[in-house]
Design a binder for this molecule. Sequence first.
Ligand code: PLP
Length: 439
Amino acid sequence: ISTAAGLDARTTALDREYVFHSWSAQAALDLPVIAGGAGTEVWDHAGNRYLDFASQLVNVNIGHQHPAVVKAIQEQAELLATIGPATANLTRGLAAQRILSKAPAAFRKVFFTNGGADANENAIRMARLHTGRDTVLSTYRSYHGNTGAAIVATGDWRRMPNQYARGHVHFFGPYLYRSEFWATTPEEESDRALRHLERVIQSEGPATVAAILLESVPGTAGILVPPPGYLAGVRALCDRYGIILILDEVMCGFGRTGRWFAFQGYDVVPDLITFAKGVNSGYVPVGGVIISDAISATFDDRVFPGGLTYSGHPLAAASIVASISAMEDEGIVENARRVGAEVIGPGLRALADRHPLIGEVRGEGVFWAMELVKDPETREPVGADVIGKLKTAVTSRGLMPFTADNRIHVVPPCVVTDDEASRALAIYDEGLTSVEAGH
Ligand code: PLP
């Protein structure tokens, strides 16, 4: 046994013995060993390389080990590795300024959290205090994080064993491929989804609704690119009924869609924006809320009853400044847009033409889903067995996939090259062919 292979075995042994993992029954876990990475690739100790087409949890937008971000963290660690939130710190101020420079003019301040869940938690708190109302509306097809209100705002199954927050009501957002509204065109889907939402608001009592919380482009739920007019229509309903619009940009923000914020493609300005993941690609855990003028003013003379020991942590702040600078200097957001439009999108559509397993592909930038079906007519989703086989097939060919329900999400870092995207498309192609052939 070589030293490298021995390290992989030791890593697996320590992990199985001592580490308790997320969202899993612990006994049957078989996790890949990752020892290093660069750009779009990661590898184990033995040197087996994988194209990271999951960007881990869709968060490593700038790619692995970007030297400028690593250096900024090292330099900040030498200068001041930690400092409490009730201080003014230069790096923190610069990070907030850089984030605000990407947001619409109506935004004034940033509240830093440890990640995406507590960003949503605090956005909900702000909306409730600002409006004096209680109810939060969010969609069934959503994920907003794993804490008190964020997990109950989540629509998917992860909500159900965790319902200990109050005042949450769910509705259906648009999803033309599996329309809840018998729609056949994007316009119909948008109109009818808006009509449904307005009826939910009216039925709950508009004066009780504090906020509508939406992922600008629902991510884990299937990369459900909203139809034309939908987000603008939600904004209009919020204005009509005095409701705060919170857009969750945790997964879709900071370059993922080929824009700094996903909502910037949809003619809508929210009241609160939540972010995490791509803001610094997770080099240090961080998230936050970008706060509009009006909501920020609510807390000018009134105490904001919330805080975290690590709010605005200097290592996170340094990584944010470096990450946004590098993304600007190296045209990384533009790269995501171009590779999506020129390579990934056309490539996935060509796969869909050849493989009956693919019912639909959709997405933009480096944010795509392939929806796998038993039959293109009935659109019946494939089961976990098919997804499992495909996952094994592509992993053995050197690609780390992101899978959710009956889908493969094609979500590489924003720095992905044309060549890497083409190699990945070839691997998906071979994987689909092998699964269709029954092995
Ligand atoms: N919101 C969205 C849209 C997400 O995709 C996620 C995580 O996947 C979260 C919130 C929660 O973020 P975190 O895991 O950093 O708490």
